[in-house]
Design a protein around this ligand. Structure first.
Ligand code: 13P
Ligand code: SF4
Length: 301
């Protein structure tokens, strides 16, 4: 009987009592991902699914910007995050005032903000994107020049793929910036036949060494569709754990980096969140309206 079984049982009971659903990001640990989550996915899927939730309460097993996005898209629901300190180095790299200054500096240039930002930053932008739709969103603007914030590497990867000039910001994901092209070359040398899948938050030189780059959901789809004999997911550690359960025939080579923010969420904290109905995510109405518009524009594309 696994050590976490008590927490799982309690969470399943509390979900019924509280009329709650759990939305979990692909980086959550397997016991959250497989045992208690109702909906799992990348940032884009979680945003889409949040809109359709009918239950009274959403527990977001992920990071703060994901909980804010769920609240923006389904404002009448109570949205809880089990640990308020579950942040993101990208979201912390830029403020609303920074975006206003960029707009003044580049009048008329459309501003795309990555969903990994605060609601206040989204509110200053024209449209949002995720790693799953960044290319499509930038192309949809039909502009020769676009400002894309705050992930410098994602912006550079999109610029290379689309040929569109992108003004970037020096934000980085603390998990993906740690991978280097040399890491990938060493992995290939040590594991013949290795298929390398990288997240587009990795530096362009790392993406250039990979066989495929895509969002967390796109990487999962790739494994399901291509069933490579050996694969490495150049991303957060829990991804391989979660996907390996579904694909025992695939060998997962495991160098990975942990996201300390994602790892703040645990079964015990989810249980406590449901018991005490904390921590509720709220967004100031003056920020919520323009931020929602930017997210809804993205979903319309
Ligand atoms: P995805 O949208 O690809 O799931 O990425 C979210 C994230 O935080 C990656 O670091
Ligand atoms: Fe943010 Fe990177 Fe963690 Fe994703 S993995 S939540 S981008 S710090």
């Amino acid at each position: 009987w696994p050590a976490f079984a008590d927490d799982v049982e309690a969470i399943l009971r509390l979900k019924r009592e509280r009329d709650a659903v759990i939305l979990a990001h692909n980086y959550q640990t397997p016991e959250i991902f497989h045992c208690v989550a109702d909906i799992v996915g990348d940032s884009l899927a979680l945003a889409r699914q949040a809109m359709t939730v009918e239950a009274q309460t959403i527990v977001l097993a992920g990071v703060h910007f994901m909980a804010e996005t769920a609240k923006l898209l389904n404002p009448s629901k109570r949205v809880l995050i089990p640990d308020l300190r579950a942040g993101c180095s990208l979201a912390e790299s830029i403020t609303a005032a920074d975006v206003r200054l960029l707009r003044q500096r580049y009048p008329g240039v459309p501003i795309v903000t990555y969903v990994n930002t605060s609601a206040a930053v989204k509110a200053e932008s024209d449209i949002c994107c995720t790693s799953g739709n960044a290319r499509k969103i930038v192309e949809s603007l039909g502009a020769p020049r676009v400002i894309m914030l705050p992930d410098e590497y994602l912006a550079q990867n999109v610029s290379r793929d689309t040929g569109i000039e992108i003004i970037t910001w020096a934000g980085h994901c603390e998990v993906h910036e740690r991978f280097s092209p040399k890491d990938i070359r060493q992995l290939r040398a040590g594991h013949p036949g290795l298929v390398v899948l990288a997240h587009p938050e990795c530096a362009p030189e790392v993406v250039a060494e990979a066989d495929f780059a895509g969002s967390t959901a796109a990487m999962i789809d790739y494994v399901g569709t291509h069933r490579p004999a050996r694969v490495v997911l150049v991303t957060e550690c829990s991804m391989s754990d979660n996907v390996a359960v579904q694909h025992p025939e695939v060998e997962f080579v495991r160098p990975c980096n942990l996201c300390p923010h994602m790892k703040r969420i645990s079964l015990a904290k989810i249980r406590r969140s449901l018991e005490t109905l904390t921590h509720e995510v709220t967004i100031n109405a003056a920020i919520a309206a323009p931020a929602r518009r930017a997210v809804e524009r993205m979903l319309a594309v």
